[in-house]
Every structure is written in structure tokens, then in C-alpha cells.
Write a protein that binds this ligand. Structure first.
Ligand code: NDP
Length: 385
């Protein structure tokens, strides 16, 4: 019998990779909701192709275009943040959370409240909401499956094992396009250079995060919540080839790793088919052609983001949500040409140094912390410019 699926962020890099897999296995899936921010034309095309029940744009200015593009179909068109939450709350066997940024938090929480499987790519939502999200998952009997390649790798390496036997979990990092650049060169890095990732094809925001290593910082916080072994057992190692996606070391000295091509369709397929497996169109891994796998320690002088994230996990409370929001503002300002590359992480640290609100205990609290941090981050950026 076909399973139902909703894709939040259907027009993005993860969304289209997911739909590519669905397209190849059309009879296995029935599409409920597809969402986008403002790309009405792209969303309507996908909604028509996959015969979605509902298509939602977050940006209300795009509704007219969406309605026109869906004219003559039975697909319901809607717009705005509340419509996004309503679409997620329709429930589906699998909801792929692939909106970028904390904007994905409320719809992801709405999907969690319906139970079912949440295939989580939207790391910012878990970083910001942390315990609030994991508690909701437990309360509503939902299943949170990580799509982020590192966390999906860890999830796979943990199957059949007990967390109590884990000695350490190591997240691998490609190091991004600037991993060998000097601090001087980093100060002059342009947005065009930052979004050109050497191994992965991804959206602009995560590409910049990868270049600053904030992506690994966010992933550290994500891992802390998904795999509760304690922050002191979580490590980061730079692995430029992006073939080993992460590793788990056990108390007996065994280290299990998951390897695969740098193609997000592999971890997405793992989440869609779990606990079974499905085919992907990816080329088999050719280790002889790759030749060598190398590893090195991260350099937190040039890339301090992982230090900030580790501290954020230790401090807890509203710190991770503040870090995430400040980073979203800084990345947008960098992409917009307003600040330099090295200023991104500096400005996150500046926002954190100004103090954070009380620990959030519910979704509204998290949204308030996020909003406050954005205001502070914008104020600081205006002062510097
Ligand atoms: P993209 O920028 O490619 O796509 C983002 C999606 O979210 C688009 O559908 C976009 O719509 C939608 N969107 C953007 N802003 C909003 C908003 N304010 N409200 C509602 N929807 C919005 O991002 P990616 O696919 O690269 O990343 C998505 C998430 O997955 C991120 O959290 C990222 O960290 C994570 N991830 C991504 C990986 C990758 O390989 N790309 C790997 C691992 C994790 P529109 O098209 O209209 O702008």
C-alpha cells in the first residue's frame, strides 16, 4: 500500500532530491503537502507532477501566482506561516522537514504532533528547540529520523547497539571550500566562493555554514540531542573527501563508520525506507578510484564556530537558539554583501556575549528567543556597518 508523504521545503536542494527518489518509486507514495517560501512556479510544477493534495507558500505575496499556476487542478493552494503549519498538521506517514532555518520549526513541530515519521534535514529547528522538540517527539510517539548525512550515518552505526556502550561519536567535516585558506584570505572570501562547496551540492545558507564550519557546530548540537551520550563524547574531525560520513566508537575498541558517495539521496533514501532499504541512482562507491581517505584535527583558530557550538551545548538554555538565530542573520548579511566572511562567526559570538534570555520551555518561548536574537544581531550589524 502507498505511504503518504509531505515535504516541507519541497523546492529546495533536499526537497528536490527527495522528490527525485519519489519519482523513481511513484507507486509507493501518495503526496499530501508540498511547501516553499516564494517559488510559486517551482512549487506548482512539483505539486502538479506529484498530484499533491495541498501546496503552500510561506510568502503571502506569492499566493496569487501559485493559484494561477494551479488553476484547473484539485490542488488546494494556501499561503502564510499559519497555512504552513496547517499543511504540516494534516499528518502523513513521513514528513520530510527540509525548510532552511528556524522558519521550519513551527511546521516541523506541527508534524511531530501528528506522530508518524519525521525525516529531519532542518537542523536549525532542532538546534533551536532542542529539548522542547525531543520532548514533543516522545509525547506524541513520533519517530525522528536524521537526514543530515552525518547523523544518518551515526544512526545507522548505532543500529543494534546500546548507547551505554558508546565511547565516542565522531562527526566528519569536509572543512568546506576554505579549509586550507589563511585568516587573511578568509577575510576576503566572497559569497560566490563560499557557496561553491567542493563535495556537496546544497542550498546557499548551508553552503556558507559549511565554509565557516558553523554547519559542524550546528551538527554538534543536533547530535547532542539525537544521540544522548553527553557532549564530552562527541568529536569533530576534518575529512576532506566526504566519504566517511561519521563514526561511532564502542567500549571494546570497535569503531563503526558509514561510507557513501557525497549525494544526499543516500541518507534521504535511508530515512524514507527505514527500517528497510531502497535503491538510489547513485554510483556505487569506488574506493580504488578515490585512492585515499585522510583525516585531520579541526583548526578552531581559523574556524571558531565549533568552539561556540560546544560552549552553547554546555551552557544550554536559550544559548543554542540564540547562536542559531544570530548565525542566520549573519549569513544573510554576508550573502547580501554587507559583512565580511570572518565577521559572520564574530558577530554570532558578539550576540552571545550580550547575554541570552531564560531557557525556553515551549515552542512559543523558542520562537521568542529566536526573534529577540535576530533583533540583537541586526542591531549589532547596523552598529558595525
Ligand atoms: P534550500 O535553500 O535549497 O531550500 C530551502 C527550502 O525551504 C526551499 O523549499 C525554500 O523555498 C524553503 N524556505 C526558505 N525559507 C523559507 C521560509 N522562511 N519559510 C518557509 N519555507 C522556506 O536549502 P537546503 O535544501 O540546502 O537545506 C534545507 C535544510 O536541510 C537546511 O536546514 C539545511 O541545513 C539542511 N541540510 C541540507 C543539506 C543539503 O545537502 N542541501 C544537507 C544536510 C542538511 P523557496 O524555494 O521558495 O525559497
Amino acid at each position: 500500500m502507498a505511504r503518504t508523504i509531505s515535504i516541507l521545503g519541497a523546492t529546495g536542494s533536499i526537497g528536490t532530491s527527495t522528490l527525485d527518489l519519489i519519482r523513481r518509486n511513484r507507486e509507493d507514495w501518495r503526496v499530501v503537502a508540498l511547501t516553499a517560501n516564494a517559488d510559486a512556479a517551482g512549487l506548482a510544477r512539483l505539486a502538479r507532477e506529484f498530484d499533491a493534495a495541498v501546496a503552500v507558500v510561506a510568502d503571502e505575496r506569492a499566493l496569487m501566482e501559485l493559484r494561477e499556476a494551479l488553476a484547473g487542478t484539485d490542488i488546494k493552494a494556501a499561503a502564510g506561516p499559519a497555512a504552513l503549519v496547517e499543511a504540516a498538521a494534516r499528518g502523513a506517514d513521513v514528513t520530510v522537514a527540509a525548510i532552511v532555518g528556524c522558519a521550519g520549526l513551527a511546521p516541523t513541530m506541527a508534524a511531530i504532533e501528528q506522530g508518524g515519521v519525521i525525516a529531519l534535514a532542518n537542523k536549525e529547528a532542532l538546534v533551536s528547540a532542542g529539548d522542547v522538540m525531543t520532548a514533543a517527539v516522545a509525547r506524541h510517539g513520533a519517530t525522528l529520523l536524521p537526514v543530515d548525512s552525518e547523523h544518518n550515518a551515526i544512526f545507522q552505526c548505532l543500529q543494534g547497539n546500546d548507547l551505554a556502550h558508546v565511547r565516542s561519536i565522531t562527526l566528519t567535516a569536509s572543512g568546506g571550500p576554505f579549509r586550507d585558506w589563511t585568516l587573511d584570505q578568509l577575510g576576503r572570501a566572497t559569497p560566490a566562493e563560499a557557496v561553491k562547496h567542493p563535495n556537496w551540492s546544497m542550498g546557499a545558507k548551508i553552503s556558507v555554514d559549511s565554509a565557516t564550519m558553523m554547519n559542524k557546530g550546528l551538527e554538534f548540537i543536533e547530535a547532542f540531542h539525537l544521540f544522548p551520550v553527553g557532549a564530552e563524547r562527541l568529536r569533530v574531525i576534518v575529512h576532506p573527501q566526504s566519504i566517511v560520513h561519521s563514526m561511532v566508537e564502542y567500549r571494546d575498541g570497535s569503531t563503526l563508520a558509514q561510507l557513501g558517495p557525497s549525494d544526499m539521496r543516500v541518507p534521504i533514501a535511508s530515512a524514507l525506507a527505514w527500517p528497510a532499504r531502497m535503491d538510489t541512482p547513485c554510483d556505487p562507491l569506488d574506493l580504488a578510484a578515490i585512492g585515499g581517505l585522510t583525516f585531520r584535527a579541526p583548526d578552531e583558530v581559523r574556524f571558531p564556530a565549533t568552539r561556540l557550538a560546544r560552549n552553547a551545548v554546555v551552557e544550554g538554555g536559550a544559548v543554542p537558539a540564540t547562536l542559531n538565530a544570530a548565525n542566520e542573520i549573519a549569513v544573510a548579511a554576508f550573502l547580501d554583501g554587507q559583512i565580511s566572511f570572518t565577521r559572520i562567526v564574530q558577530s554570532v559570538e558578539d550576540v552571545l556575549l550580550r547575554g541570552v534570555p531564560a531557557a525556553p520551555v515551549c515552542l512559543d518561548d523558542v520562537i521568542a528567543v529566536d526573534a529577540e536574537a535576530r533583533v540583537r544581531a541586526n542591531e549589532l550589524l547596523e552598529r558595525v556597518n
